[in-house]
Design a protein around this ligand. Structure first.
Ligand code: ADP
Ligand code: NG1
Length: 458
């Protein structure tokens, strides 16, 4: 079905100043014209943090900020990448010799993840070369999914260069898998919303099988993104993967404690499904099985009947091999309670009671508390920003995305929006040099945007 593949539009470039500018820069860089363009959006996650890789549904929406690529397929096998931001250096590679270095998450590696995902999928043995000029407006390493937008944009560019099509759901799954070449063990939220987003609606994204359902947000409330201006690169640190591993280990121990085949149980959701319990019942199991003190590798190995070495080599990722303490109780408690909050959020949006905004705000606040205290993925600046947002009228405010820095998302009654923006600006950004230079792009209300798409010049 045509509606299921990423759309391509034929456009008049004169009506699209950003594309026109990108075309001019492309021509001066590569001395030829781009054949097509691709846009892939960033996203804000309204609720459901760090649970996609545990199998649970999340509730994001696409934002206006995006990655844009102007592309020209070549008859050689060389890929030449340039970026409008001089911070990102030019890069060229023979497409037959691609290796993605997980020790250095350089920008072009994210492009290569998307490229390789498509090339491996079609496996034709003659990878396409191309000239590409990239421009991005998503603040990087800030929880708005700049990395996945770049991976998804590169994958769609490669697909179009090969004159192939794939359903959006397949593109999302392929990109979620191929972003892992960079070394992070993410779930599929970012790539899914990037392809499945539709203007005007947030989405409940469910996995296995991947699907997206419209979630109509309450009228009278605005969603505001505020950047703490602390950057955290997921692939350059082990924070993110440690949490994924803690969830994986918690899964194994819960499965073993209830007599399930722990080796065949991969995610916290699998335990719930196999035990046929509700999320509330899973929280009771968590209290019963885990102690709150951190677990050592030895203790986990003993529980599972394997050596510490086997645990490291068979279960842990490359960049978590040296971790010696894992908080299983806290992480599992966060995941099962956050998964329940997502379903509750969706239900309130559907039923739209009179106090919907207050109820949704409460859930967002509970989510932040859980991220901060149980999942420990907040940071002092994010906590301060969340407090400021609530102080100036947000009904709910929480960190969004991976955390340890990056952005908050707040729900603000529309009639208070203007004062809210002015007050938060004054309280968090004004008297700080680094923050005030970023200010314009750091605090803004956002509406649900559309998904990734291609453009041809008419
Ligand atoms: P996020 O939370 O935004 O996904 P990550 O830390 O996972 O952040 O990834 C950010 C990385 O993605 C950057 O360090 C850079 O390598 C790449 N990236 C993001 N935006 C751009 C851009 N406009 N151009 C080139 N690379 C980008
Ligand atoms: P961001 O905010 O893009 O770093 C990451 C993961 C998501 C999800 C969130 C936390 C990737 C590509 N993205 O998002 O899958 O786990 O953290 O909810 O790994």
């Amino acid at each position: 079905m045509a509606a299921d593949v990423p759309p391509t539009l034929s456009i008049q470039l004169v009506e699209e100043p950003r594309l026109l500018k990108l075309k001019k820069l492309f021509v001066s860089k590569f001395e030829s014209a781009p054949k097509f363009y691709v846009r892939a959006p960033g996203r804000v996650n309204l609720i459901g943090e760090h649970i996609d890789y545990c199998g649970y549904a999340v509730l994001p929406m696409a934002i206006e900020q995006d990655i844009l690529i102007a592309a020209e397929p070549l008859s050689t096998s060389f890929i030449h990448l340039a970026n409008t931001n001089p911070f990102y250096s030019d890069f060229s590679i023979n497409a037959n010799t691609i290796e993605i270095d997980q020790t250095k998450p350089l920008w072009h590696n994210y492009f290569l993840c998307g490229f390789k995902g498509i090339e491996d999928h079609f496996g034709l043995g003659s990878p396409s070369g191309m000239n590409c000029l990239i421009e991005g407006t998503i603040p990087p390493s800030s929880g708005l999914s700049s990395s996945s937008a770049l991976v998804c944009c590169a994958a769609l560019v490669t697909l179009m260069a090969k004159e192939k099509t794939l359903p959006k759901v397949e593109m999302a799954e392929l990109c979620a898998k191929s972003e892992r070449y960079i070394g992070t063990e993410g779930g599929g939220m970012d790539q899914s919303i990037c392809f499945l987003a539709e203007k005007g609606t947030a989405k409940l994204i469910e996995f296995n099988p991947l699907r997206a359902t419209d979630v109509r947000l309450p009228s009278g409330a605005a969603f505001v993104i505020a950047n703490s201006c602390v950057e955290m690169n997921k692939a350059a640190t082990s924070h993110f993967n440690i949490r994924v591993m803690e969830c994986r280990l918690a899964t194994k121990l819960l499965a073993k404690s209830r007599g399930l085949d722990w080796k065949a149980t991969a995610k916290l959701q699998d335990v719930q499904v196999k035990l046929k319990l509700s999320l509330e019942e899973m929280l009771i199991v968590v209290e019963d099985v885990f102690h709150p003190e951190p677990y050592t590798t030895e203790e986990i190995g003993e529980y599972l009947g394997i050596s510490s070495k086997e645990l490291r080599t068979q279960i842990l990722s490359q960049n978590t091999q040296d971790v010696t303490a894992f908080k299983l109780y806290q992480r599992a408690k966060h995941v099962y309670s956050e998964a329940a909050r997502v379903l509750e959020f969706k239900k309130i949006c559907e039923e739209a009671p009179d106090n919907a905004v207050q109820l949704l705000g409460d859930l967002m606040n509970q989510s932040h508390a859980s991220c901060k205290d149980l999942y420990e993925c907040s940071c002092p600046e994010l906590d301060r920003l969340v407090d400021i947002c609530r102080q100036f009228g947000a009904v709910g405010s929480r960190l969004t995305g991976a955390g340890w820095g990056g952005c908050t998302v707040s729900m603000v009654p529309e009639n208070k929006l203007e004062r809210f923006l002015a007050n938060v600006k004054e309280a968090y950004y004004k008297n700080n040099n680094q923050r005030s230079t970023l200010e314009d792009n750091s605090l803004f209300a956002t509406n649900p945007g559309g998904g990734a798409m291609g453009f041809f010049e008419a």
